[in-house]
Design a binder for this molecule. Structure first.
Ligand code: HEM
Length: 167
């Protein structure tokens, strides 16, 4: 893994993936969800397009997984180069806490937000009855709660990743 091209690619995938992941969640939390909540059922066609056709939740999941995989490989490299001492350094501790927050964000996104978003925006399943207003409201609450939790965890991860080098 110490090939300089591999290292460059891992760092590029990690940082650019992280930027796009956090940026995407910010747009969902601060722009898309408030617009959907304000419009109510009238937002359904837009949600269907963004979630069903453009697959926003899949896009965010892929970014989260790529960022995490590249981060894990970079972490393994740092640990093996220093015989484990990196994990006890201030930078190692900062990055590890940030990584834990980002991984938790990925888990919450995949298990809470994405399934709710898919049900809200996806085409009705064959034979299934369309969502009632109460079901739609429940799914919106779940999506908003999940997105808020993901946003807070990603903010913690991004701040620690960006500053740990200077601890
Ligand atoms: C929101 C998600 C994330 C963002 C925005 C992010 C961003 C960054 C940035 C900007 C750096 C460069 C820091 C510097 O060189 O000063 C970095 C480094 C690092 N990140 Fe992340 N990261 C994220 C998630 C993760 C995760 C999930 C892991 C591990 C599981 C991880 C592991 C690492 C490691 C080990 C480094 C040091 C790399 C090196 O030695 O070159 N990161 N991250």
């Amino acid at each position: 893994m110490d090939n300089s091209i591999v290292l460059f690619l891992l760092r590029a995938i990690h940082v650019v993936g992280g930027v796009l992941w956090v940026g995407g969640v910010v747009i969902v939390a601060f722009f898309l969800l408030p617009a959907t909540q304000a419009l109510g059922p009238a937002a359904q066609p837009m949600m269907q397009f963004i979630m069903g056709r453009r697959k926003l939740s899949v896009y965010l999941m892929i970014l989260g997984i790529l960022t995490t995989l590249a981060g894990v490989l970079l972490m393994v490299r740092n640990i093996s180069l220093t015989d484990g001492a990196w994990t006890r350094s201030p930078m190692g501790i900062g990055i590890s806490v940030g990584a834990a927050a980002a991984i938790l964000a990925l888990v919450v996104g995949m298990t809470v937000s994405a399934p709710a978003a898919r049900r809200l925006g996806g085409p009705p399943r064959p034979g299934a009855t369309p969502l009632t207003d109460a079901e739609r409201a429940g799914l919106m609450r779940r999506l908003a709660l999940g997105t808020r939790a993901v946003l807070v965890l990603l903010a913690i991860a991004a701040v620690l990743m960006a500053t740990a080098r200077y601890f």
